[in-house]
Design a protein around this ligand. Sequence first.
Ligand code: NAI
Ligand code: MG
Length: 398
Amino acid sequence: MAKRTIVALPGDGIGKAVLDETIRVLDAAGFDAEYVEADIGWEFWKSEGNPLPDRTIELLKKHKIGLFGAITSKPKDEAFEELAPELKEKGLVYSSPIVGLRQLFGLDICMRPCHTYKGNPLNFIRRGVGDAIEEPLVDVVIFRQNTEGLYGGVEWTNPPTQVYDALMTHPKFKKNFGSTPKEEISISTRIFTKKATERILRAAFEHAKNYGYKSVTVCEKPNVIRETSGMMYKRALEMQKNEYPDIQLWNTNIDAQMMWLTKNPEDYGVIVAGNMFGDIVSDGFAGLIGGLGFACSAQFNPETGVGVFEPTHGSAPKYADYETSIVNPIAMVESACMMLDFIKENEMAAKIRKAVAEVVSEGKVRTYDMMKMRGQADVVEKGAASTQQMADAIIAKL
Ligand code: NAI
Ligand code: MG
């Protein structure tokens, strides 16, 4: 087979450190690939006025698979302030390159697995009957619709007259908001399409079928958000009945789900939700299995085969300039395993996950987060593993 080319997108802050270490792990596992580095993030916003340069888009079009560290983004005023002086007059507006990638490549399926590593000191524990301490084994995969809904970007403050007039035709808008001056109204829409909703549901059911999960839970709020959540749940019911009768379909409301999260997390299998609720519920589950140092994600388009694999965490700028990087690379390594699964290198992915599991359960090498330290430059002196030492430990197991 021809050597794979992977587009390496380090981004900002700690993105580079975790990506470099992950590539070392991939090499050690025997993954035969060439990496082309591509520009993305805040630096390119500042210097070029574009955090997602065309050359990066071209590389992804060509090679299809991206391994992505993390980026920095800042509020509107700061974005303008930090722009190179010669670009300030151009009327440029910052927009997230991650959202840009999702929309440009139709990366509408976002998958975020959260599974417990035995021996991880950050695992969630709870009190059981008679004061027993229980450590539930979480094995949940969240499927989050990645391109629509509340993050779809269709929003206004002081909406155009046509929009306002159209909204005034809705009795509830007229009654509840009709007396507020138009300039005082901000609107963020929540649009779901049937096609994208069916695609995320199908991805969830297929995953449950292929990996032996007994249930798919739609985590929305169909009793209140009747049109969008309602449509998703209704389609899920039909799909389950006609196509996946062996898989149970559960229905939870996002608010209740967040409350019950700690009560019975081991009962859930595959969870599927719209964009924002998927974002929320996946962070909730990630908190049970170690938090940002462990939370990985994949976003892809099953039809085109384009996929971008990244940890859930951001660029953690306060740690970016440490001489020795202290952050946990496991979330990035796990994201790389999802990439390997996506390109059907499943054995290699399993091998790396096993190595990570061994390091975690042995407990000899732990990054600062796993030692419950405050993230500071001296944590390595105090016994925490650096980013590189954690990668070394994983490599030693390989
Ligand atoms: P963050 O995820 O960068 O960091 C929050 C805190 O989590 C850190 O201070 C650190 O204590 C911990 N943390 C993060 N990654 C860790 C790791 N690998 N190991 C151990 N601890 C880790 O989120 P924050 O501080 O809210 O945002 C920083 C920047 O990142 C912002 O500019 C934000 O816009 C951006 N961001 C980018 C994301 C992305 O690239 N996908 C996602 C989230 C935030
Ligand atoms: Mg999030």
